[in-house]
Design a binder for this molecule. Structure first.
Ligand code: WTA
Length: 659
């Protein structure tokens, strides 16, 4: 990034004070910020006391050999014991851990903590019987069913790091991960229910096993849950049914305690090169970070709250905020298998009404798709149980934030816009619902215990009103420990840019507004430079989405002879807007001009039916850039729907947008 700072052109004056009822009983109050800053290690030790340790640590942090951190050195702990057994031992065995809701109507299960303990113990015994020992890797490729959570906890219980691969990934993606982490066993299902039908998983596992074999890696066993009853190919030497092994195993399992730095899991995430990075998280610090943030940021009251995170367990959000954080806190959760529109639009709101969900955590992409469908659908349901709403995964546009708060939250609920990454393990930047006056579009400030800044290329902290790179300036317990098998790439990717300062480089652009609050603007490669002005794709997208006819927008910077880069926008209109009427493109260009300024006016706007997204809902701007720059379209293998790009490319040549 040059000396130029990110332009800070948009204005946001709306504020939402925390509701008195939440502020009065808040788990964490304003005093925590100063206390944590004064002595971060003491603050984190205090958070660690909320867990059960078999042996207490001797030292909170060993940062003698940066960037290789060790937290709670000498401590011994078992993650599954903390998530399950200790609640049962404390007399809360009858408390519901999960209200499981399958996608087919009336396919529900209620799982108490006592039941979960039996299930996890059986799975731990069955995995051990299959030859899995502490340190062995287990791959999990499953639908969103209770057995997926049970498997993760069973792995944690026996000290076998898991690697969950999202069930929507191809057999190639699965094979490369199996090979990279040398997985001994795969746990899967015949299939799961998605969009109203049974979708198979086992065939991809069979293929991936063959492909991994070709890469020189042999998977020894495949444990299969019968979920849909689909026909499956069967290899007697390798395949084992869950109902014949796990369900028949003993419910007694004495758990072993592991070193605080024992590996808990590897989660693959995409980087700037093609090869995915296996992010390694270890046990003690990760559990401290996830349980603390889940308690503080969502103000969890475990006796009365019903919490629902809509993420898939194939992503880090499912790991930290369905499995480890909430269960360590003894929360009662909803676990939903399917899609929001099956059997019809409004399914999510029906679930919130039926289970009285009080805390709801989802992604901006979902919120924008509900905005597109219109408020009539949620308005028909009683959502009055909700008290806190969360957002994660990408910047939430101010208009989407306000819609979320008012339509879903009935204008009562704080919205916590939580910034974090697979690498950070837990939430780093977020409002606190009982403390912070929310500002639409801003993730606000680092939470107590975390230190973040926005800095220039050279590492100078930028003044309020300017932008730069987001960094974390102190180690934190749930930080990634390395990239699996690649310490060099770990150092290079995250710690080399600010090696002199010892800061973590997040790869995101951010700005501080005039109040000093943080706005995360997206990955730094999403930052454009138009005529020497730095512009964020996110700011322009937010301006477009604030137009009443627009549902969703993606903006890229395309090479331009005159201006270096030019703004190119891809826009989805709301259903009720039809084809937009009149000269919609001119109308939107004018709208952006008045919202942000002439500099941000898109050179070209294309009205499209869909945007290319990864399966976790992130817009793949790289592909849109290819279209905008009239290049052949790059690798589309991580797209949720690969036909989307053909549609967009076909529309481009006939688009009236260019002028
Ligand atoms: C983006 C998901 C703005 C950011 C937990 C980050 C966000 C990347 C936010 C990590 C947010 C996540 N506001 N941007 N609240 N949350 N991001 O690893 O670019 O899938 O670097 O972790 O998502 O994505 P990941």
């Amino acid at each position: 990034m040059s000396q130029e700072t990110l332009s800070n052109l948009s204005r946001e004056d709306r504020r939402f004070e925390p509701p008195a009822a939440i502020a009065e009983h808040a788990n964490l109050t304003a005093e925590a910020y100063d206390r944590a800053a004064a002595d971060p290690e003491a603050f984190w030790a205090e958070q660690a006391e909320r867990l059960s340790w078999d042996q207490r640590w001797d030292r909170v942090l060993d940062w003698d050999d940066p960037p290789f951190a060790q937290w709670f050195v000498g401590g011994r702990i078992n993650a599954a014991y903390n998530c399950v057994d200790r609640h049962v031992e404390a007399g809360r065995g009858d408390k519901v851990a999960f209200h499981f809701v399958g996608e087919p109507l009336d396919d529900t299960r209620t799982i108490t903590y006592a039941q979960l303990k039996d299930d996890v113990s059986q799975a731990a015994n069955a995995l051990t019987a299959l030859g899995v020992e502490a340190g062995d890797r287990v791959a999990i490729y499953m639908p969103m069913i209770p057995e997926a959570v049970v498997t993760m906890l069973a792995c944690a219980r026996i000290g076998a790091p898991h690697t969950v691969v999202f069930g929507g990934f191809s057999s190639d993606a699965l094979a490369s991960r199996l090979e990279d982490c040398q997985a001994k066993v795969i746990v899967t299902a015949d299939g799961g229910y998605r969009r109203g039908s049974a979708s198979a998983l086992k065939p991809a596992v069979d293929e991936a096993r063959t492909k991994a074999e070709a890469l020189g890696h042999t998977v020894e066993k495949v444990l299969v849950v019968r979920r849909t009853g689909q026909d499956v190919a069967w290899d007697d030497d390798v395949d084992v049914w869950w109902h014949e092994s796990v369900a028949t195993a003993s419910t007694e399992h004495a758990c072993e305690f592991f070193d605080a730095e024992h590996p808990l899991y590897v989660m693959y995430t995409s980087g700037t090169t093609g090869k995915p990075k296996g992010i390694l998280h270890t046990t003690g610090g990760y559990l401290v970070g996830t349980s603390y943030t889940h308690w503080a940021v969502f103000d969890l009251k475990p006796d009365t709250d019903v919490y629902w995170c809509t993420a898939d367990i194939g992503w880090v959000t499912g790991h930290s905020y369905i499995v480890y954080g909430p269960l360590a806190n003894g929360a009662t959760q909803v676990l939903y298998e399917g899609t929001p529109d099956s059997p019809e639009r409004g399914r999510w709101w029906d679930i919130i009404e039926e289970y009285g969900v009080t805390i709801f955590y989802t992604a901006p992409t979902a919120i924008r798709s509900f905005m597109k469908q219109g408020r009539e659908i949620p308005d028909k349901r009683d959502l009055s149980s909700l008290r806190i709403l969360g957002s994660v995964g990408e910047p939430i546009n101010p208009e989407a934030y306000v819609w979320y708060r008012s339509v879903i939250g009935g204008d009562r609920t704080p919205v916590v816009d939580t910034w974090w990454q697979t690498e950070t393990g837990a939430i780093m930047i977020s409002p606190l619902p009982g403390v912070t006056a929310g500002k639409p579009g801003s993730a606000m400030t680092a939470i107590p215990g975390v230190a973040a800044d926005v800095v220039t290329d050279e590492g100078a902290s930028v003044p309020d009103g300017s932008g730069g790179y987001l960094v974390l300036t102190q180690p934190w317990p749930s930080m990634l420990r390395t990239i699996w098998g690649d310490d060099e790439r770990f150092k290079e990717t995250y710690w080399s840019k600010y090696a002199a300062q010892g800061w973590y480089f997040a790869g995101d652009g951010a700005k501080k507004d005039t109040d000093g609050d943080l706005w995360v603007l997206g990955r730094v490669d999403d930052v454009m430079n138009v005529s020497g002005h730095r512009l964020s794709t996110t700011e322009i997208e937010s301006a477009l989405v604030s137009h009443p006819k627009v549902a969703e927008a993606a903006v890229v910077g395309a090479k331009d002879e005159d201006t270096g880069q030019a703004v190119v926008a891809f826009v989805i209109l709301r259903d009720e807007a039809g084809d937009g009427g009149g000269d919609i493109v001119a109308e939107l260009r004018k709208h952006v001009r008045t919202q942000i300024g002439p500099i941000a006016t898109p050179r070209q706007i294309m009205i499209v039916a869909e945007l290319p997204k990864t399966r976790s809902g992130k817009i793949m701007r790289r592909l849109l850039k290819d279209v905008a720059e009239h290049r052949e379209i790059g690798d589309v293998t991580t797209l949720a729907d690969s036909s989307v790009m053909e549609l967009i490319s076909a529309g481009v040549d006939s688009s009236p947008g260019e002028d």
